[in-house]
Design a protein around this ligand. Sequence first.
Ligand SMILES: [Zn+2]
Length: 206
Amino acid sequence: MGSSFPAHLEELMAGLRQLPGIGRRAAERVALALLERDAEELRRFGTLIAELPEKVTRCPECANLAEENGLCAVCKDASRDHSLLCVVETVSQLLAVEAGGSYRGRYLVLGGRISPLEGEDGSGLNFNLLERQLGTGRVKEVILALSSDVEGRATTAYLAEVLRNFPVKVSRPASGLPAGANLSYADGATIAAAFAGRIDVDKKDD
Ligand SMILES: [Zn+2]
């Protein structure tokens, strides 16, 4: 099954295959569809992608997506409740909580979770931002809204331990969140319900 595509196209398809949900067939379809577009449109599209790192940055307070080094929409919103801090793993989870429409506090996007089996010890996570938020003294409750899988639970347990050193109430939603990539906006209502029935985490649950 020798390749019959020009090398540049092969390289583009290899790049597309790195994206979630794009297998070999889909990469081929997308690459061939791009070839049908006119040169100007492709250049604009290419620029949009190339400028992502400068144009879309992380909020310096919570690591949510932001524009060009500014604060994110949540942190900019003066009506958000500073006494509530919701810790999520990913921006997708933050968006799902927002889609629920009932949470009015602020966030902290950890950027992943602890996974000892995969050698993920948490050193790449935004614990420094979390400590900074706690250091303001405004946070009264931290809601650990992490995934319900093994790594998510390990991270929740770890954070609950760390948070013992701070004068804050620690809670978690009644049910855990699905892991980042599996979230859809439809989960918003479910998540809102889980938030409404959140549970204290000051005692070990098993
Ligand atoms: Zn922010």
